[in-house]
Design a protein around this ligand. Sequence first.
Ligand code: SF4
Length: 144
Amino acid sequence: MDAETPVYSIGTVARMLGVSVFTLRMYEREGLIISHKSDTKHRRYSQSDVERIKCIRRAINELKFGIAGIKGVYALIPCWSIVNCSQQDRANCEAYKGHSKPCWAHKHESNTCTSRVCRECPVYQKLTDCAKIKKSILAASVPA
Ligand code: SF4
């Protein structure tokens, strides 16, 4: 099974990880995760989503991060470098200018991300834990 295939229901993921359905919905509302919606509008999660949620749980339970802190870590991902945004896109992008929430939690009304599907974007799909996020930051160039 492909790690990105959304196969698990919210109840299954809640049982797997020992969290409540309410908590998973709250993570989504806060922009930490993006669930897949089935044709019947039910949330579905992939193995990759499960790994992301495990990382969020570790950050909360072991590192004592709050939700705002995790959003701040996601906000550091240099998405503009990964998806190669133009200077004009960067000038029109709240994610490029801000630092309080992940790029996928912003509305993108007039830049390259307007037509992109965040759940299918490598920025969201591939950066599921702190080590990968740190690598992406290190790989981005240092600003002048
Ligand atoms: S498509 Fe979404 S996840 Fe990808 S860089 Fe744009 S806002 Fe971020």
